[in-house]
Design a protein around this ligand. Structure first.
Ligand code: ADP
Ligand code: ZN
Ligand code: ZN
Length: 745
């Protein structure tokens, strides 16, 4: 046996590994991630190295290879934990060790070392307000934005100013010239937020909140930290619980990682953390350069900060003494990587926490079925927050049956109920949000008269339109001709639904010619900046109606919104994968929850062709528990996660035949493996089938799926496929693995 050894754990040294021979006595003990003693260089100086790969073939003549001297006991180096985490990711999700290491280790950037920047208000407040007025008049919105915040806070951390407030260097320079601001830079860290702010944010926890905090801290202090699921609607005080937990951890000399999906990482949310932990928090987001990210990691390692906030990749911040990992909005699909290794931040966080003896806290108003299942089985501890602390009632919800509307001659995209309520709100000067559920638009086919969606007889997922005239199951490849009329009621309106935000806006303007609208979709939000600008404009009441796709269900609170319309709520039900119901429930629940956040009561209208579907009815009732029970029965019957595990083996090739051929060969190989090996029995194979989008950028996509109760069996099969492909890797086909996939290919 031979081992690839790196001599220092860093992103840059990965491609410079050295091969050593593994003596027989160590063969059963060494593994990827092991720390080893090796003779190095001419003088055979004894140093430590790290094993990043094992093989049975030598890349050099035997005579040139040296023996590993021995294994080192695990020490407490942060990098070693990350190395071992990478080894786990490689095994658990399927990738090379190099890919896994590149995921967990920060890339060093050879730019001059970043310094800490702080932006201060330099003028008297009175003068600043006068200038603010002027900027507002001239519509210099960047200057207005910064000055508004600075008048409030007096000074702000540089990374928030450029990152979250989107203030360019040119704007800063111009404000500095005008004498309104001062920018200081320093190497040593200083509080970027004024201290008095601290007392403002301190709140007495509610009884439910203290119970949650105490539970986590008691377990931690007893030395048995766990994974917790905090289930509570928006406004029930989850963020406050996180903040209190972090405070307790800091008191114990431990650090915390807070993961928040990028889209929910608003300036307001960040400020709550910055104010509560002045000088000890940093944010890691996609607007940071490689160098800035590296810098954040250095600060974490050196103990300069205690808290990092960021999206998925912030999980790998190298804190020496991690005590807590929080995943807010834990049901969000952005927690799963879409590139190899396709790791899920939730499971990876739990693994990382185990290495550090840290707690994991997951939070959501609509937990993923997977997490709730673990909570029900006692693997996670469930902590429930039932009360809304902001006041504000849950909205009254109406379901309108679009089949009925059609029968009664209403061909508008808006039901009569929604039209009536919209007229009422416009007249009262209150705001409206229209949410178009576009998820699953591609390939979706249903009957507009009776709501029928055709399902795969083998997999109970929706069939989707493929190459015009066929309906296809993307799991097992089942195919049938697309009927011209609805198989259930005979209607000729059996077709794909087509709707865009533009179309919604046009029909709205026909109904209400005076209405002022803002539109948010992929076209209007090419940059992150435009996304926040639209939300801010809506918050300033520059429009009566905000029309948008799923993007608008997150982020800001709009107290003046008293009506939410969910148009085509069931589009996502037509998605051809087993999570369609879960996704629909989450989207509709969250959309409905946007009405009535302020003191005014809210209403919501859900427009659907399937008014009896449980995802719709439970979302309308805001009944999570009810939805969960029903959804779990479906998962049990189908053998879908979380009840069983699933592995998608995905094949990509620019050559259609080559890709399809390999998919078939591999599937056949897996089939025979499961028949030959007792240990691999009870693994079920589905497919292969073409991807739901068969070709992307001229690359064809195929996949087959495996289901098994035991995750380990799927890992074993993945290893066999890897083994069989060794040395065969041609540039013309590639294979990727996706465990418990969130989407079909
Ligand atoms: P969530 O994260 O669940 O949406 P937050 O923690 O943001 O909830 O709390 C919602 C609102 O309630 C915030 O404005 C917060 O300041 C306030 N709040 C939270 N906890 C308390 C408390 N114990 N007492 C009073 N107000 C609170
Ligand atoms: Zn029909
Ligand atoms: Zn099928």
């Amino acid at each position: 046996m031979y081992a690839d050894i790196i001599i220092s754990i860093s992103h840059e040294k990965l491609d410079r590994s050295f091969q050593y021979r593994v003596p027989a006595s160590l063969e059963s003990k060494i593994e990827v991630g092991s720390c080893v003693r090796i003779p190095f260089g001419r003088g055979n100086k004894e140093i430590t190295g790290y094993c990043i790969g094992l093989s049975e073939t030598a890349n050099f003549p035997e005579s040139q290879l040296k023996d590993i001297l021995g294994l080192e006991k695990k020490s407490a180096l942060v990098e070693e934990k990350l190395l071992s985490l990478a080894g786990w990711i490689k095994k658990y999700y399927g990738s090379t060790m190099i890919q896994a290491l590149k995921t967990v280790l920060p890339a060093k950037e050879t730019i001059a070392k970043q310094v800490k920047r702080t932006v201060h208000l330099a003028a008297e407040e009175e003068k600043a307000r006068a200038c603010l007025y002027e900027y507002r008049r001239k519509k210099q919105s960047a200057k207005e934005r910064l000055l508004t915040e600075l008048i409030e806070e007096k000074e702000l951390p540089g990374e928030l100013v450029s990152g979250k407030l989107h203030i360019s260097a040119a704007t800063l320079e111009s404000l500095e010239k005008e004498g309104l601001i001062r920018i200081t830079t320093e190497n040593t860290y200083r509080d970027p937020v004024k201290q008095e702010a601290l007392s403002e944010e301190r709140l007495f926890l509610s009884e439910e909140q203290s119970r949650a905090v105490n539970q986590v801290i008691e377990d931690f202090d007893k030395g048995c930290p766990q994974t917790y699921l905090v289930h509570g609607i928006t406004g029930s005080g989850k963020t406050q619980v996180y903040i209190s937990l972090i405070e307790e951890m800091i008191r114990r000399g431990r650090q915390a990682i807070v993961l928040i999906p990028e889209i929910a990482l608003t300036y307001q949310t960040l400020m709550r953390f910055y104010k509560r932990f002045p000088g000890r928090v940093s944010v890691m987001n996609s607007t940071l350069s490689k160098g800035e990210k590296y810098d954040q990691c250095e600060r974490a390692k050196n103990g300069d900060i205690d808290v990092i906030i960021g999206p998925r990749s912030a999980l790998f911040t190298p804190f020496p003494n991690l005590g807590l990992i929080i995943l807010d909005e834990e049901h969000e699909s952005s927690y799963k990587s879409e590139t190899t290794p396709k790791y899920h931040a939730r499971e990876t966080a739990i693994r990382l926490a185990a290495m550090h003896g840290a707690s994991v806290v997951l939070g959501s108003a609509t937990p993923s079925i997977g997490s709730y299942y673990q909570a029900k089985r006692g693997k996670f501890k469930l902590l429930t927050l039932t009360k809304r602390l902001t006041g504000g009632e849950l909205p009254t919800v109406y379901i309108t049956d679009m089949r009925e509307e059609l029968r009664n001659g209403n061909r508008s995209v808006y039901s009569l109920k929604l039209q009536e309520l919209m007229a009422d709100r416009l007249q009262k000067g209150q705001q409206i949000m229209l949410f178009l559920n576009r998820r699953g638009l591609a390939g979706f086919v249903s009957c507009r008269s009776c709501g029928e969606v055709m399902k795969c007889p083998h997999c109970s997922v929706a069939l989707s339109e493929h190459r015009g005239k066929r309906l296809l199951c993307h799991y097992c490849g089942y195919e049938t001709a697309k009927p011209d009329v609805c198989p259930k009621c005979g209607s000729k309106y059996f077709m794909g639904l087509k709707a865009g935000t533009q179309q919604l806006e046009d029909s709205l303007k026909k109904l209400f010619p005076q209405v002022k609208t803002l539109r948010m979709d992929k076209d209007t939000t090419k940059t992150k900046e435009s996304y926040e600008q639209i939300l801010e404009a809506f918050a300033r009441h520059e429009a009566d109606v905000l029309i948008g796709t799923q993007m608008i269900v997150k982020g800001h609170d709009f107290p003046n919104v008293t009506l939410v319309g969910v148009v085509m709520a069931d589009l996502s039900l037509g998605q051809s994968d087993f999570r369609a119901g879960e996704r629909t429930f989450q989207l509709v629940t969250q959309a409905v929850g946007r009405a009535g956040r302020g003191t005014l009561p809210g209403e919501a209208v859900i427009q659907t062709y399937q008014p009896d579907n449980y995802a719709i009815t439970f979302a309308a009732a805001q009944d999570y528990e009810g939805f969960y029970e029903e959804e779990l029965v479906y998962r049990q019957l189908g053998g879908y996660p979380p009840v069983e595990h699933m592995l998608a083996v995905q094949i990509f090739s620019p050559d259609r035949e080559l890709g399809e051929g390999l998919a078939q060969d591999l599937a056949a190989m897996v089939k025979s493996l499961t028949q030959q090996h007792e240990t691999l029995s009870n693994v079920f194979l589905l497919g292969p089938a073409p991807g739901s989008i068969e070709k992307v950028n001229d690359v064809y996509r195929f996949a087959f799926y495996l289901k098994a109760k035991e995750y380990g069996k799927l890992v074993a099969i993945k290893d066999c496929i890897e083994q069989s492909r060794r040395d065969k890797e041609s540039g013309r086909v590639s294979i990727q693995y996706d465990f418990d996939p969130l989407n079909t290919l």
